[in-house]
Design a protein around this ligand. Structure first.
Ligand code: HEC
Ligand code: HEC
Length: 472
């Protein structure tokens, strides 16, 4: 136990050291002393002219270095609590799945699946392709997104349909309505209130014998209270909540709500999964040598002729707005009992018919390592996901699931009739093969260096419940 604890502390001290020397976030143009991967970055060929054009486009479109949103003085106790909760199966009704199961550091903070497999998997703790759904269980209808850089103050929405969003008055709109506890600081913390309430993801089916699954679906406060009771029954969590929030042990039951768990999880996600030193980020910070000449050509297309930045805009590479790209439908859908099954996307939140099949533009940092892509993982290959954009009608018509899906059980779920019958929000884009490849080169420049090792360092060696930690 002692050993485990010191291992976790070590992750934190390494992190704090990094932070204090400013190595996680490149904010100064003098990145000369900075050492990327062992292999030498390609000398930028081309010229000042390319940099001039690219920097002009970036300036015109307000693409500035991303604000990490990380506090200048992190609360180490809060981060340790958040880390424990993020990896602990104790948060699921059946005690068999954690946030990390679907957003795993070794899977680039996703799950490596087109559609996730929630509680009661055949082998609890199995990750990625090895994870198979339990009998009579349903796949989760949407792809588990990566969770990089979600601490940035630029974020005002969460989920593929933005059902968690700032309300413009200092509060939030969320599926909890008035039941959402006060005091949540940002959309990331609000988001963390919800996975634990989902039957298929974490809470369990009505027939599962646990106190969380017995709660009626509409009673979110009862679910949150039941989870707090679980956590406060574990002495190590009592100590951690008490340290993180500076609350006397005797007062924990009165003061602590699940929002305190959610805030800790959000603080951990932001701290652990913020990486702002990709070649593109270093270029944004002023280093003209950070991108190869192919990447610069790709960037010029992205911010110009290919019009990617119309939606993948600004410092986050998303405008957080919603579009219908005619992504082929697959999986169980979001409307119970509909035949064929469908996922109306943003329309489920707004009730506006023209929002049908619109999904929030995803951010693109580290996109080369976050397959599968799209709101339902319809593409396992980055080039295919980008090619889909070039002519969405043709891509929809010609989609062959056997070419694009690794999860064999999904192949038969693809709906060929035109369920996405509404108008697509993207006109065809003309690109030569060469331009297309430059664009892909640019997308690869969005990956942070040594990402695998840095992510691995965020996994604790144990959690307070003593339950196993999912890992390969
Ligand atoms: C069973 C798999 C699964 C589990 C477990 C899970 N998630 Fe997710 N997560 C998803 C899916 C699927 C989505 C997208 C759902 C949607 O948009 O409708 C998502 C969305 C998110 C997002 C939104 C990202 C964005 O930009 O919109 C965050 C953040 C997140 N999850 C964090 C968590 C945390 C924290 C936990 C634990 C409390 C957790 N997840 C547990 C599958 C999972
Ligand atoms: C009209 C807005 C719009 C434009 C223009 C646009 N995209 Fe997208 N992009 C989206 C949306 C929305 C999605 C998700 C669609 C879905 O899942 O239904 C997406 C998905 C993606 C993905 C998959 C990312 C992931 O994590 O799933 C990549 C890669 C991508 N876009 C790259 C590009 C490139 C490169 C261009 C320029 C050729 C481009 N996009 C132009 C809106 C746009």
């Amino acid at each position: 136990m002692e050993h485990a604890k010191s291992a976790r502390r070590c992750w934190l001290c390494a992190l704090l050291t990094l932070l204090s020397v400013g190595a996680t976030v490149v904010s100064s143009p003098q990145a000369a002393a900075w050492q990327p991967d062992k292999k030498k970055p390609k000398e930028p060929r081309g010229s000042h002219a390319t940099d001039h054009l690219l920097r002009q486009a970036l300036a015109d479109q307000n693409v500035t270095p991303l604000d990490s949103g990380l506090p200048s003085e992190p609360n180490a106790d809060l981060l340790l609590l958040g880390q424990a909760l993020y990896f602990d199966h104790e948060l699921s009704g059946n005690r068999d799945i954690a946030c990390a199961t679907c957003h795993h550091p070794t899977l680039s903070t996703g799950d490596g699946l087109s559609l996730p497999i929630g509680t009661a998997a055949v082998v609890a703790g199995a990750l990625g392709p090895a994870r198979t759904k339990g009998p009579d269980r349903s796949l989760i209808p949407r792809n588990a997104p990566e969770v990089f850089n979600r601490g940035s103050t630029e974020w005002f929405s969460q989920f593929w349909d933005s059902r968690v969003v700032e309300d413009g008055l200092g509060g939030f709109l969320s599926p909890a309505g008035l039941d959402l506890p006060a005091g949540l600081p940002n959309v990331l913390a609000v988001q963390a209130m919800f996975p634990v309430t989902s039957r298929d993801e974490m809470r369990g089916a009505e027939t599962d014998p646990n106190e969380l699954s017995a709660i009626p679906d509409a009673d979110l406060p009862a679910m949150w209270a039941a989870l707090v009771a679980r956590l406060l029954a574990i002495p190590e969590y009592r100590k951690m909540f008490s340290d993180a929030y500076e609350i006397d042990d005797a007062l924990l039951e009165t003061v602590i709500g699940f929002e305190h768990a959610a805030m800790a999880i959000a603080a951990f996600e932001a701290e652990a999964f913020t990486f702002l030193d990709s070649p593109f980020d270093r270029y944004l910070a002023g280093d003209n040598h950070a991108l190869s000449s192919a990447q610069k050509k790709g960037a010029l297309l992205f911010y110009g002729q290919a019009q990617c930045s119309q939606c993948h805009a600004g410092p986050l590479l998303t405008d957080q707005q919603h579009y219908n790209l005619l992504v082929p439908h697959l999986g169980p859908g979001k409307v119970a009992g509909s035949d064929p099954p469908i996922d109306p996307g943003r329309a489920l939140v707004t009730g506006v018919a023209s929002d049908a099949f619109r999904f929030r533009t995803p951010p693109l940092r580290n996109v080369a390592v976050t397959a599968p892509y799209m709101h339902n993982g319809a593409y396992t290959d980055l080039k295919a996901a980008v090619r889909h954009h070039l002519d969405v009608v043709v891509a929809f018509d010609q989609y062959d699931p056997a070419d694009h899906l690794d999860q064999v059980e999904l192949i038969d779920t693809v709906v060929y009739s035109d369920v996405a019958g509404s108008m697509p929000d993207l006109e065809p884009i003309e690109l030569s093969k060469k331009d297309f490849n430059h664009l892909i080169s640019f997308l690869k420049s969005l990956t942070a260096p040594r990402l695998k090792q840095r992510l691995r360092a965020t996994i604790p060696s144990s959690v307070p419940s003593g339950l196993p930690i999912d890992d390969f």
